[in-house]
Ligand binder design. Structure first.
Ligand code: GLU
Length: 474
């Protein structure tokens, strides 16, 4: 049988880190086994589902590169099918009509609570052959849950979980208005979509006994279940919005590469020895449900930073450049059209000194835009009193035949020697002059990337500034 997994988000919010991890695990398992991965949108909660959330989920999946073989399938498009299965179950006797009024059920519950029993339906309508005399309105439909014995869920992460059937209610599968309920539609979908492996958050573990029993009543063997422990924040608490229940797209906006986020996600709850860095191919080769952690995992933002830098340094510059271009675009810079260096070379020059693409973009702005002014502290420290050095640099650099890092380096060290200054005393004023601040890639590379004309113009301008400062403080 073809391994088939599904990611089944309820579109009530964006794709957050826990959902993305579930999606990744399902995707990896399907890919590892040459199987199918289905995206199913569980949108039957009409009040809480929104089109914006659906788009956010699709956008998140696409940014992460989690492609699906089938879908997105929408549960709201399948109501006729659910009705059909309900009719079949009524006919076969695995479901029955329940006419109990709300008042009766409330009284029953209150009674059970008073006796300290677990509230559950008492099965009054379970064996009726016709509606009771006091029936009012449309009935709900209940699943005829096996009464005796146990249901065992052989969970691939949690181990064997045993449910006493007497504890499992005769669950409502369709409301009085005919609309099907959550646990029921999941079952019909898992059956129709030939799902072989259900990998999902462990908040659904209790549903699996009910879902498995409905499947058996329909003559279908339940899928393999694997319930993944939750993700905690850095301090070991349940995720709050701020601490990383954040949308996957916020990770993009904060400057992380999808490759880094995927690698970070896979390690949140799965391990392969003590390896930390996994290319996609390796993840696919190694991923196994058996290696999913049994306990909750915690967010570790510094690991994500580390992974991000690793991927910025090691992925092909052209690939990183595409993502950097997106961030520059957000700053209104079009590296393709604006005057400036080849963006791939910017990536190569900056990868070492940036943790995120946002940092890289901010630190690279000066390549594409003239700095609006000088960072005050740097100007005071490095530009003031540097007019002679800057003048000498203009002379030496203008004389260069070749505008290449090596020749630039020679010229700059020539000036240092001539002025009897340490290299830093020349390079720092130069850096502030061309970039506006104290940080840039090595100065020779920075100048090469800026180009002769821009570099010389900026150095001359900084010299003017230094001269004026000297005069005004004289
Ligand atoms: N729609 C459910 C959720 O978003 C997932 C259900 C499932 O995977 O079976 O939590």
């Amino acid at each position: 049988m073809t391994v088939t997994t599904r990611f089944a988000p309820s579109p009530t919010g964006y794709l957050h880190i826990g959902g993305a991890r579930t999606a990744l695990f399902c995707w990896l398992y399907a890919r590892r086994h040459g199987g199918r991965f289905v995206l199913r949108i569980e949108d039957t909660d009409l009040e809480r589902s929104t089109p914006e959330a659906i788009n956010a989920i699709l956008e998140g999946m696409s940014w992460l590169g989690l492609d699906y073989d089938e879908g997105p399938l929408y549960q709201t498009h399948r109501f006729d099918r659910y009705r059909e299965v309900i009719d079949r179950m009524l006919e076969e006797g695995t479901a029955y009509r329940c006419y109990c009024s709300r008042e009766r059920l409330d009284a029953l519950r209150a009674d059970q609570q008073a006796r300290k029993e677990k509230p559950r339906y008492d099965g009054r309508c379970r064996d009726l052959t016709e509606p009771p005399a006091d029936a009012e309105g449309e009935p709900v439909i209940r699943f005829r849950q096996p009464r005796a014995g146990h249901t065992v869920v052989d969970d691939q992460v949690k181990g064997k979980v045993v449910f006493d059937n007497a504890e499992l209610d005769d669950l409502i599968i369709a409301r009085a208005d005919g609309s099907p309920t959550y646990n029921f539609v999941v079952v019909v979908d898992d059956m129709d979509m030939d799902i072989t492996h259900v990998i999902r958050g462990d908040d659904h573990l209790n549903n699996s006994a009910r879902q498995g029993n409905i499947l058996r009543a329909l003559g279908v063997e339940p899928p393999v279940y694997a319930h993944v422990p939750m993700i905690l924040d850095e301090s070991g608490k349940k995720l709050s919005k701020r601490a990383g229940a954040a949308s996957v797209m916020e990770y993009r906006d904060a400057g992380y590469l999808p490759e880094a986020v995927i690698n970070y996600l896979v390690r949140l709850g799965w391990a392969h020895g003590d390896q930390e860095v996994f290319g996609l191919d390796e993840m696919i080769e190694y991923f196994d449900i058996a290696d999913i952690n049994h306990s909750a995992s915690s967010l570790n933002p510094s690991k994500l930073d580390w992974l991000n830098q690793h991927y910025m340094k090691t992925l092909p510059p052209a690939h990183v450049a595409r993502h950097l271009a997106w961030h520059l675009g957000a700053m209104d810079i079009d590296p393709g059209a604006d005057d400036g260096p080849d963006i791939e070379r910017v990536v190569q020059a900056q990868a070492e000194r940036s943790k995120t693409l946002v940092e890289m973009a901010e630190n690279s702005r000066f390549f594409y835009r003239e700095p609006e002014g000088y960072d005050e502290k740097s100007a005071r420290k490095h530009l003031k009193g540097s007019d002679t050095v800057l003048a000498a640099l203009v002379d030496a650099l203008s004389a260069l035949q070749d505008w290449h890092a090596e020749a630039i380096h020679q010229a700059v060290s020539g000036v240092a020697e001539e002025q009897e200054l340490k290299m830093g005393k020349v390079a720092q004023p130069l850096r502030v002059a061309v970039s506006g601040g104290p940080v840039s890639p090595p100065i020779d590379i920075t100048l090469e990337l800026l180009g002769r004309e821009t570099a010389l113009a900026r150095i001359s301008k900084a010299r003017e500034w230094a001269l004026q400062r000297a005069e005004s403080s004289a």
